[in-house]
Ligand binder design. Structure first.
Ligand SMILES: N[C@H](CCC[C@H](N)C(=O)O)C(=O)O
Length: 282
């Protein structure tokens, strides 16, 4: 199977061009290629395919094989792949995802995509649609007990679920001690991604993330969008925020009139490769 290893500020995936390849067991393939010792090493697998309703289709699988509705860092890399590898010469494209069709603007430098602006759509705040099993709507600063400790969470979906926890210092956070317990908490019927956020000023935050199905990652695009919405709902920032993640920065803007969230950031090709999959998952 031919693949391209790419990352969005350190959130790395194995990308497969399904115009040329066919992946019959994507969940199993994602688990295999994601293993950083026995596979390629990645946060998951992303398939780029034809679409009947958009220019391209993106399917994303986490490292544990679970399929997610959307991936912000991933969709920027999809845009870079389809332009740089000659599948399109358009600098405005649409990509079909399980979270709906997304519209992207590609910034090209020296013939290659340098950064991408994605319209990530409207944030979803209705608890039943996130989903999160609480009465409050919207879910803003709601107490939740995790491993015997009370946290206050704000929940937002960008097509995939996010729980945002504000704290004073994320650098020293022992994320392994709480991330998995939020991810698998019974209050989240479909599990959740969890963002731990330190507000630096009205336009800047530090964020770390424990992702559903991929443990801590160096960045999460949908998480940065959900975090920005949560900051604004809690009156902690203005509508435009620079999110500092372990792997780099994303610029997020929530256009309140249009109720659309925009994310701008880079996309990087690491290498092209070919791998022989074990027979039982090929
Ligand atoms: N783990 C996420 C999918 C990947 C999202 C993230 N990598 C991004 O950049 O948005 C989930 O299960 O919802």
């Amino acid at each position: 199977m031919k693949f391209t290893k790419m990352h969005g500020i350190g959130n790395d995936y194995v990308y497969v061009n399904c115009f040329e390849e066919s992946v019959k067991n994507p969940a199993e393939v994602s688990k295999f290629v994601s293993d950083r010792h026995f596979g390629i090493g990645s946060d998951g697998l992303i398939l780029i395919s034809p679409s009947a309703t958009a220019d391209f289709r993106m399917n994303i699988y986490n490292a544990d094989g679970s399929q997610a509705e959307m991936c912000g860092n991933g969709i920027r890399c999809v845009a870079k792949y389809v332009y740089d590898y000659g599948l399109t010469d358009k600098t405005e494209i649409s990509v079909e995802t399980l979270a709906g069709i997304k519209y992207l603007r590609l910034q090209v430098e020296n013939g290659k995509v340098a950064s991408v602006e994605v319209n990530m759509g409207a944030p979803i705040l209705e608890p039943k649609e996130i989903p999160v099993a609480v009465e409050e709507s919207p879910v803003v600063n709601v107490p939740v007990e995790v491993k015997g400790k009370i946290y206050h969470m704000t929940c937002v979906s960008m097509g995939n679920p996010h729980a945002i926890i504000f704290m004073n210092n994320v650098k020293d956070l022992d994320i392994e001690a709480s991330g998995p317990y939020f991810e698998n908490h019974t209050v989240f019927p479909k599990r959740t991604n969890t963002e731990f956020v330190e507000v630096l000023d009205r336009n800047t935050v530090n964020m770390r993330v424990w992702e559903r199905g991929s443990d801590e990652t160096l960045a999460c695009g949908t998480g940065a969008c959900a975090t920005t919405v949560a900051c604004i709902l809690n009156d902690k920032t203005e509508n435009e925020v620079t999110v500092h993640l372990l792997g780099g920065d994303l610029k997020i803007r929530w256009d309140r009139e249009a109720n659309q969230v925009y994310m701008t950031g880079p996309a990087t090709v690491v290498f092209d490769g070919e791998i022989t999959l074990p027979d039982d998952i090929a």
